[in-house]
Design a protein around this ligand. Structure first.
Ligand code: URA
Length: 273
């Protein structure tokens, strides 16, 4: 076996440090993406191209190329007008289904709207659909969704007490995180969704949901800290929670999610919903 290069050693050390920082509850910066060195074109049949490997890497909140960004303002204005004109959840669902969200809606099989009880006091808002959700058209039905259901079952809550959705309505290509522009495009829809449901309490599941709706960038620092979301003319309390996909990878952090669930339960009991 070949011994690792100095670059590989450095990358492994950085990755180990990231896991350590995350365990300590410290905000973990993403690893810088290495710029590929310019190489002489490989002779045919002598060297594999690096391109597929680089393409497979998951970009974090990647900005789409410039042509995608052109017209973004107009698209957001269109989404806002459509969302605000929807008088009911059914109308909102139809408006989103008919909306052209570019790469996002072109690439997805189904628009993912919501599941659970639309009259519930608690709205649970995740990030973006994955493969199972893209197939079924319902949020949180894969492995992360099963853990999410178990987490709420532990505080005696189920689909009758909860209404579950996401800040992004389509599965992003290659399961990457939605880009900032894509989230900005979906934001009018989630804002109207919240307005129509008028929940008493919101659970922000994961950092992307926290950033999109509360404008805070660190789930590590903000989980467990009550937020206040100003939606239309109402202020709604919101609790940021670690994402169940993250907890599946880092089960040692479940104890923090348990504390946050207990805080949600205490607030519900205190306010007597
Ligand atoms: N992760 C999410 O944030 N939402 C889903 O619907 C599925 C996985």
């Amino acid at each position: 076996m070949e011994s690792p290069s100095p670059q590989q050693n450095l990358k492994s050390a950085l990755q180990a440090a990231q896991v350590w920082w995350a365990d300590m509850g410290i905000e973990v910066p993403p690893l810088p993406v290495a710029r590929p060195k310019k190489r002489a074109a490989p002779q045919q049949g002598t060297q594999k191209s690096l391109a597929p490997k680089q393409a497979a890497q998951k970009p974090v909140l990647a900005k789409p190329p410039e042509p995608e960004r052109a017209g973004l303002k107009e698209q957001i204005a269109k989404a806002t007008a459509l969302a605000q004109a929807a008088p009911t959840l059914d109308a909102l669902k139809t408006a989103i289904e008919n909306f052209d969200a570019g790469l996002l809606s072109d690439h997805a099989h189904k628009m993912v709207f919501a599941r659970g009880n639309p009259h519930a006091d608690i709205m649970v808002i995740g990030e973006a659909p994955g493969k199972q959700e893209d197939i079924s058209g319902e949020p949180f039905v894969g492995a992360a969704g099963q853990l999410l259901d178990k987490m709420f079952a532990a505080i005696n809550m189920d689909a009758q007490n909860l209404y579950i959705t996401n800040v992004c309505n389509w599965r992003p290509p290659h399961d990457r995180d939605p880009s900032e522009d894509e989230l900005a495009l979906c934001k009018p829809f989630i804002t109207r969704h919240i307005q129509l449901c008028a929940p008493k309490l919101i659970v922000l599941v994961g950092g992307i949901s926290l950033a999109t709706l509360a404008g805070k960038t660190s789930i590590m620092k903000n989980r467990g800290q009550w937020q206040e979301l100003d939606i239309a003319d109402t202020t709604i309390p919101a609790m940021p929670l670690y994402h169940p996909s993250f907890l599946l990878r880092k089960p040692e952090l479940k104890k923090f999610a348990w504390r946050d669930l207990l805080a949600i339960k205490a607030r519900i009991q205190h306010q007597n919903f």
